[in-house]
Design a protein. Structure first.
Length: 166
């Protein structure tokens, strides 16, 4: 079995994933890091090939991971928007939605200049709110479990997830 963390950028998927992996003695993989390793910097992929191409790369990575076991997978924020990815991930694991409120996300992302979907003319709060409204229902449908992250440190969140799955 694998554990798959989904949620908005800034929700803490990578950090919490590393904590869970440490507790469980599993490996932690970050889909965005795997894509960057194999194909180059994500912002460059978005700029050169566009978002649709990037989403295709995500599916290729998911296909590779779906056949493995004892992984904690930290997904990119948009990975579960594609039903095929959700189906593949559910074949080998449980999906946990790390739910964060708008204020938490704004605080964590306000100085982040690396995320292609936030590099727009639109003010950060407006853009982030739109993404949150569009994606939250998708995350909720994909999730086997929902864990609220606001006001909790990564260790607390990891322990909560471990208690859910045992």
């Amino acid at each position: 079995m694998n554990l798959v963390l989904c949620g908005m950028m800034g929700a803490g998927k990578t950090t919490v994933g590393a904590k869970i992996a440490q507790m469980a003695g599993w490996n932690c993989v970050d889909t965005d890091a795997l894509i960057a390793e194999k194909y180059g910097e994500i912002s460059g992929i978005f700029k050169t090939h566009g978002e649709a191409y990037f989403r295709g790369l995500e599916t290729e990575i998911v296909k590779e991971l779906a056949g493995q076991d004892h992984l904690v997978v930290a997904t990119g924020g948009g990975l579960v928007l594609k039903a095929e990815n959700v189906a593949l991930l559910k074949q080998s694991g449980k999906i946990i939605f790390l739910r964060a409120e708008m204020d938490t996300l704004l605080q964590r992302l306000k100085a982040d200049t690396t995320r292609p979907l936030l590099q727009t003319e639109e003010p950060l709060p407006t853009r982030l709110n739109r993404l949150l409204c569009e994606r939250t229902p998708v995350y909720e449908r994909a999730a086997d479990y929902i864990v609220d992250v606001d006001g909790k440190d990564p260790e607390e969140i990891a322990k909560e997830i471990m208690s859910l799955i045992q």
